[in-house]
Design a protein around this ligand. Structure first.
Ligand code: PXL
Length: 286
């Protein structure tokens, strides 16, 4: 199989194992040829523990990059969209999907904007509305429970989540995107966490869970969507991509806990990349 040519649109949080810093090694390990369109350059992420972060908005540079790519007639087979730095970047992302993708390109949208029931710093209702529109242009949307609540205007509450609650949230998300959805941060009980996946055509909700490790692990959402995207670009099914991402994120969290790393800088994901490479080789029948 030819290597898919894929584009990652998200920020660079320079010192953290999150966003672009994890997406690129994961997509490369999964045999995708990567290009990047960075949305912002930050010293760290914007979450708890990093109040004085720097933030350089790259909106105007993104436009210039695309104008140049237009002349080169560059087209992508897959796009992974993560953290965007401003409202204005929504139109740029729509332009990418319209002008820079092949006919059967896979567009994976991680609608990064919140967690634990709250929007991240810098996001508001206008952004949520724009994100709802972007869902319609995406092949797969991967919201966490907070993002799904905002996108579907459903009240958020902490887990455990009932089966009925997940199915109803999934239905609402599928109405937004009309293709495929993976909900992350689904907690069936106090001991397990994972994801639910489904598609607009078959509406069967499939689950994949792993044990819960206490604490908050920054960047695991970015890690999850990178694995899913990398595998879908390699033509894995939604179910295989979801199960593999859940299993990989668990391995990585376990390692981060065992090595007593400060999780605000992100997780130790590199050591388990061979696991993903084996999965990709298996998909290629090697
Ligand atoms: O992990 C999501 C993320 C990505 N990029 C930036 C962030 C966050 C979450 O806080 O602040 C800059």
């Amino acid at each position: 199989m030819n290597q898919p040519k894929v584009l990652v649109i998200q920020d660079i949080s320079a010192s953290c194992q999150i966003s672009m810093n994890v997406a690129l090694p994961i997509l490369s390990s999964l045999n995708n040829s990567t290009s990047i369109l960075p949305t912002a350059l930050l010293s760290t992420h914007t979450g708890s523990g990093f109040e004085d972060y720097t933030f350089l908005d790259l909106t105007s540079e993104m436009e210039k990059i695309l104008d140049h790519w237009r002349q080169l007639e560059i087209l992508f087979d897959g796009v992974l969209i993560g953290y965007l730095g401003s409202h204005a970047q929504m139109n740029i992302v729509k332009r990418v999907v319209r002008e820079f993708t092949s006919d059967d390109a896979i567009i994976v949208l991680d609608p990064v904007m919140g967690d634990h029931g709250e929007l991240y710093t810098g996001f508001d209702d206008v952004y949520v509305k724009q994100m709802q529109e972007l869902c319609q242009l995406s092949t797969v949307v991967i919201p966490n429970m907070t993002e799904a609540a905002y996108l579907t205007q459903t009240p958020y509450h902490n887990g455990p989540h009932t089966k009925q609650e997940i199915e109803s949230l999934m239905e609402k998300m599928l109405e937004r995107n009309q293709q495929q959805v993976i909900l992350t941060g689904v907690m069936p009980n106090l001991h397990e966490i994972g994801a639910a996946s489904s598609s607009y055509t078959d509406r069967q909700v499939k689950h994949a869970f792993s044990p819960i490790y206490p604490g908050h692990f920054d960047g695991t959402g970015d890690l999850f969507s990178s694995v899913v995207a990398g595998l879908l670009f390699q033509k894995a099914t939604l179910e295989t991509a979801t199960e593999t991402a859940v299993a990989y994120v668990e391995k990585v969290i376990q390692r981060t806990v065992a090595n007593k790393l400060d999780p605000k800088f992100g997780v130790q994901f590199e050591t388990d990349l061979p696991y993903l490479m084996e999965k990709a080789a298996h998909l290629r029948n090697e």
